[in-house]
Design a protein around this ligand. Structure first.
Ligand code: AMP
Length: 115
């Protein structure tokens, strides 16, 4: 855990967030600035700075994060219409918090490609 990382501090419970799922490896919570009716963030509790910094040994964790996103989409009632799961990596990728996270976004139609 990095004490300067806001998502590490949410993962440890030190900083409050609207948590929707927690297990021994993953925490999911509502984005503070939602871009759609459903906007959740799915993070590993262990600090990994970005997808680019993930290691081969993180493969199971990454797969689990995707399945958690799928399960949460069903739970949030957005799976039937469709949803988006995205991870921004690095400044040009739009990453602003340097702790790996998946955005689960849904509840409205979305365009492609992104801006
Ligand atoms: P990214 O730009 O991909 O790194 O996404 C970071 C996301 O974290 C943004 O959508 C922010 O709105 C969100 N965020 C930042 N701080 C918090 C917080 N304390 N609680 C919930 N979401 C946050």
């Amino acid at each position: 855990m990095s004490s300067s990382c806001i998502f590490c501090r949410i993962g440890s419970g030190e900083i409050q967030a609207t948590i929707v799922l927690r297990d021994d490896e993953i925490v999911a919570f509502r984005d503070l600035s939602p871009q759609a009716p459903t906007h959740l963030l799915i993070i590993p509790t262990r600090h990994v700075a970005s997808l680019d910094r993930a290691e081969p040994g993180d493969a199971a964790l990454l797969g689990k994060m995707l399945l958690v996103a799928r399960d949460l989409a069903r739970k949030e009632g957005i799976a039937a219409d469709g949803y988006r799961v995205v991870t921004n990596s690095g400044p040009a990728g739009g990453q602003s918090v340097f702790h790996l996270h998946l955005h689960l976004i849904g509840g409205r139609p979305m365009a492609w490609p992104p801006g």
